[in-house]
Design a protein around this ligand. Structure first.
Ligand code: PLP
Length: 459
């Protein structure tokens, strides 16, 4: 039995981890000063257990990914069977596997119309790198050799490889690696709470879309290849665009012959109550990035959905595409993805998120925080939400040292056995889609305890 649970004491694990393990997005000096990492040893449904036996609600579905919840034996069984039958074979050089074929068909069926081809990778970052290569190749094939620039938005998150970071609109990430690469541009996010001022959200949505049009004009349409956008900017703070934003952005992309890439790594697979965020906002993307919820995080897998226009050109004129990963379309990951989608369909998890548990979650959050002295806004849809902590609700004024209050609140939340993440001073939530009403009540209760404690600390 491959169980680590009783193999060492917590103190031993912490010591070894501190000695040898460099974690993603972690300040190791401060981690060591705090005595080392929290160690998660098992999980079930929406619940996590740590090595000291504490039970936490996972308000983040891992990293926005465990959509069908933890402990699905069906997914473990499918992985086991696939490993016994065919643990690995590659999709290079005119070969494939049944699992990759079946998943490709399924993805073409459930994604928005016109996205009928799939290229597999292992992470959202790799999928976005793949898209940049595809887009550049596509415009070369079209004879538009100058069309190479890509426009993203501030606070956009698209991954951690060098190209994916270049797509991101995250200044701190750029500064650590002399990025972005040339040809990657960023404009204002459709973040009404921060930038909307006195404008109504709908007027602001158009203004934010116009920022992209202005940048296209500035760069010259003949040099802009694509715009990349998460339907809802997740890691950037659950930034939900006004309804006017995407129709206008879609119009702009069409007018200037610029491809539109929807990064659905967080929004995809039911998070918003639709299968994809593009369905929610009526976006018709040329390319789409999928990861996370595609396997509910049970195994690493990502995919690029390629629209007919781009696919036709790449297939008919592109020759061999010199790109791929050893594990592109890994058969075990593909089998698990198919079984994961089957669970979502069988249990109606997307409909449930749209019509039942999503609205319930949103209502409870809004009720709990409507009159809270440090909550400026609760926003969200389906099972994704943000609670903005502010110094002054009326004027939407931020706390001094923007970000510190969010970190304080996140610590209170952990201490109160709820995993709630902070993006600057926005507390973000994205629980598994299987969460029950009672569990929503408990999650909201714990979030309120954490935010009350934060308010008390601030005096
Ligand atoms: N795109 C979006 C929208 C994401 O939220 C993330 C990760 O959080 C990524 C891409 C990168 O995915 P990965 O961490 O699998 O490389």
């Amino acid at each position: 039995m491959n169980s680590f649970a009783a193999s060492r004491s917590t103190a031993e694990w912490k010591a070894i981890d501190t000695a040898h393990h460099l974690h993603p997005f972690t300040d190791h000096k401060s981690l060591a000063a705090e005595g080392g990492s929290r160690i998660i040893t098992r999980a079930e449904g929406v619940w996590l257990w740590d090595s000291e036996g504490r039970q936490l609600i996972d308000g983040m579905a891992g990293l926005w990914c465990v959509n069908v919840g933890y402990g699905r034996k069906e997914l473990a069984d499918v992985a086991h069977e696939q490993m016994l039958e065919l643990p690995f074979y590659n999709n290079f050089f005119k070969t494939t596997t049944p699992a990759a074929v079946e998943l490709s068909k399924k993805l073409a069926e459930i994604t928005p119309e016109g996205l009928n081809h799939v290229f597999y990778a292992n992470s959202g970052s790799e999928a976005n790198d793949t898209i940049v290569r595809m887009v550049r190749h596509y415009w070369d094939l079209k004879g538009q050799h100058r069309k190479k620039a890509i426009i993203g938005r501030n606070y956009g998150y698209h991954g951690s490889t060098m190209v994916a970071v270049s797509l991101c609109g995250m200044g701190a990430m750029h500064r650590q690696a002399d990025l972005p690469f040339p040809g990657f541009h960023h404009v204002m996010a459709p973040y009404w709470y921060d930038y909307g001022g006195d404008l109504e959200p709908e007027a602001f949505g158009k203004l934010a879309a116009k920022a992209i049009e202005d940048r296209i004009k500035e760069l010259g349409a003949d040099s802009v290849a694509a715009v990349i956008a998460e339907p809802i900017q997740g890691a950037g703070g659950v930034i939900i665009p006004p309804a006017s934003y995407f129709p206008e952005l879609q119009r702009i992309c069409k007018q200037y012959d610029v491809l539109l890439i929807a990064d659905e790594v967080i929004c995809g697979f039911g998070r918003t109550g639709e299968w994809f965020g593009s369905d929610l906002f009526g976006i018709k993307p040329d390319l789409m990035t999928l990861a996370k919820g595609i396997t509910s995080g049970y195994l690493p897998l990502s995919a690029v959905m390629v629209g007919d226009k781009v696919a036709e050109t790449l297939i008919e004129q592109g020759g061999e595409f010199y790109h791929g990963f050893t594990y592109s379309g890994h058969p075990v990951a593909c089998a698990v993805a198919l079984a994961n989608i089957r669970i979502m369909e069988r249990e109606g998890l997307v409909d449930r998120t749209r019509t039942d548990i999503g609205p319930y979650f949103q209502d409870r959050l809004r009720e709990a925080f409507a009159d809270h002295p440090i909550v400026g806004e609760v926003r969200g849809v389906g099972l994704i939400a943000a609670i903005e902590l502010v110094d002054d609700k009326k004027t939407r004024r931020r706390f001094p040292n923007y970000g510190e209050v969010g970190a304080l609140c996140r610590n209170h939340s952990f201490a109160n056995d709820l995993v709630m993440r902070a993006t600057r001073d926005a507390m973000v939530l994205s629980p598994p889609l299987v969460i029950s009403r009672d569990e929503v009540d408990e999650l909201v209760r714990r979030a309120k305890v954490a935010i009350d404690a934060t308010a008390r600390d601030l005096g």
